[in-house]
Design a protein around this ligand. Structure first.
Ligand code: ATP
Ligand code: FE
Length: 330
C-alpha cells in the first residue's frame, strides 16, 4: 500500500512516499536561504514558495519511487498547526490529488506526525513523547494513536528556537542547532550556565533565560565555543531533568524524542545513558518532512480511520490533545 504525505506547515516543503509502512522517498525543499535575509520566516513568502515547489516535488517523489499517481492508495497532508497560508498549499494540493485520483484523504496533526516518526511499529502505549523543535517543546503522555495528554510545555521559547537564537547571537548560520552542536564539540572550556526551572512543581520547560545568559557571557568576554558548549549542556540537562521527573511521576520508562532537536547528539547520549527505553526518529525524519505525515496516515488507516471529507479545513491553531480519536476507539 502506497501513501503520499505532504507537510507545508512552516518553511519547508516536504513530500514523502511510504510503502507498507516503510519510507521509500522523503524529499524536503528548504526555504532557509530565502528567509535568512529577513531574520525569520515571512509567511507570505513561505506560501508562495510552497506553491512553486509542491507540484514539481510531488512529481519528483513519484518518479524516484517509479510510481505513477494512479499507484497511490492514500493521500495525506498536514492539517495543522502551522502558518495558515503555508498549510493551505500542501493541504489543498493533497485534497485535489485525492479527488482527482479518487483515493481516500487524511488530514494529519503535525505533532502526531513527529511522534509517529519516532514510534517503532509494535511498540504499545502508554509511553512519554517529547516534541522539541523550532516551534514546540511539548511533553505528552501517549495513551494510544490519537489519544494524547499534555504533561508540560515551554513557558517561553521552544528548545530549537533557543538554539537558533543563541546561534544567531554567536554569528552562526541557521538552523542553529547543528551549528551550536559543532562549535560546542570544538570548545576547550565551558561557560557557566544554570539549568532552568530546577525544583519546579510542574513538568514545564523554559529556555529564554539561557539566551539572556548567553548575551551576558558574550559581553563578559567568554569565547563563542565556550558559550555554545555551556548553553548546549544546560539546555540538554534541562530537557533531561524534566523528562526524568516525568518518568518518575508517570511510571512510564519508555520515551520517544521527536522534532528537529531530537537530532542533537548530546541529548541522545544523555538520554541513552539514563537507563530508559528511548526512541529517536531515524535519520532524516526528525525535522519537518512529508514521510512522517504519510507514516501517521498509514497507522491511522490501518486502525480503521475513515477517509476525511474533502470539505475539511486546515487549522493554524490545533492543540494535539484535541486531535480526533480514531474511529472505534471510544
Ligand atoms: P515545528 O515542528 O514546531 O512547527 P520547525 O519547523 O522548527 O517547527 P523542525 O524542523 O522539527 O520544526 O525543527 C527545527 C528546529 O530543530 C530548529 O530550531 C533547529 O535549530 C533545531 N535543530 C535541528 N538540529 C538540531 C541539533 N542537532 N541540535 C539542536 N537543535 C537542532
Ligand atoms: Fe515540525
Amino acid at each position: 500500500m502506497w501513501v503520499l504525505g505532504i507537510d507545508t506547515s512552516c518553511d519547508d516543503t516536504g513530500v514523502g512516499l511510504v510503502k507498507d509502512g516503510q519510507v521509500v522517498v522523503n524529499l524536503i525543499r528548504s526555504q532557509v536561504a530565502l528567509h535568512q535575509a529577513y531574520g525569520g520566516v515571512v509567511p507570505e513568502l513561505a506560501s508562495r514558495e510552497h506553491l512553486k515547489a509542491i507540484r514539481p516535488l510531488a512529481e519528483r517523489a513519484l518518479a524516484e519511487a517509479g510510481l505513477s499517481p494512479a499507484g497511490l492508495d492514500l493521500v495525506a497532508a498536514t492539517r495543522g498547526p502551522g502558518l495558515i497560508g503555508a498549510l493551505l498549499v500542501g493541504f489543498t494540493f493533497a485534497k485535489g490529488l485525492a479527488f482527482a485520483l479518487d483515493r481516500p484523504f487524511l488530514g494529519i496533526h503535525h505533532l502526531e506526525a513527529h511522534i509517529v516518526a519516532a514510534w517503532p511499529e509494535g511498540l504499545d502505549p502508554p509511553f512519554l513523547a517529547l516534541v522539541a523543535s523550532g516551534g514546540h517543546t511539548h511533553l505528552f503522555e501517549v495513551l494510544d494513536l490519537g489519544r494524547y495528554r499534555l504533561l508540560g510545555a515551554t513557558l517561553d521559547d521552544a528548545a530549537g528556537e533557543a538554539f537558533d537564537k543563541v546561534a544567531r547571537l554567536l554569528g552562526l548560520g541557521f538552523p542553529g542547532g547543528p551549528e551550536i552542536e559543532r562549535l560546542a564539540e570544538e570548545a576547550e572550556e565551558e561557560a557557566p550556565f544554570a539549568v532552568p526551572l530546577r525544583g519546579q512543581k510542574g513538568l514545564d520547560f523554559s529556555f529564554s533565560g539561557l539566551k539572556t545568559r548567553a548575551v551576558q557571557l558574550l559581553e563578559k568576554g567568554y569565547s563563542k565555543p565556550a558559550i555554545a558548549r555551556g548553553f548546549q549542556k544546560a539546555a540538554v540537562a534541562h530537557l533531561q531533568e524534566v523528562l526524568l521527573e516525568a518518568v518518575r511521576r508517570t511510571g512510564h520508562r519508555t520515551l520517544l524524542v521527536a522534532g528537529g532537536v531530537a537530532a542533537n547528539r548530546a541529548l541522545r547520549a544523555g538520554l541513552e545513558g539514563a537507563g530508559l527505553r528511548v526512541y529517536f526518529p531515524p535519520k532524516g525524519l526528525s525535522q519537518d518532512n512529508g514521510a512522517m505525515v504519510a507514516l501517521a496516515a498509514y497507522r491511522r488507516f490501518l486502525k480503521g480511520e475513515p477517509p476525511h471529507p474533502l470539505s475539511l479545513d486546515a487549522r493554524a491553531y490545533w492543540p494535539l490533545e484535541e486531535v480526533s480519536h480514531l474511529a472505534g476507539v471510544e
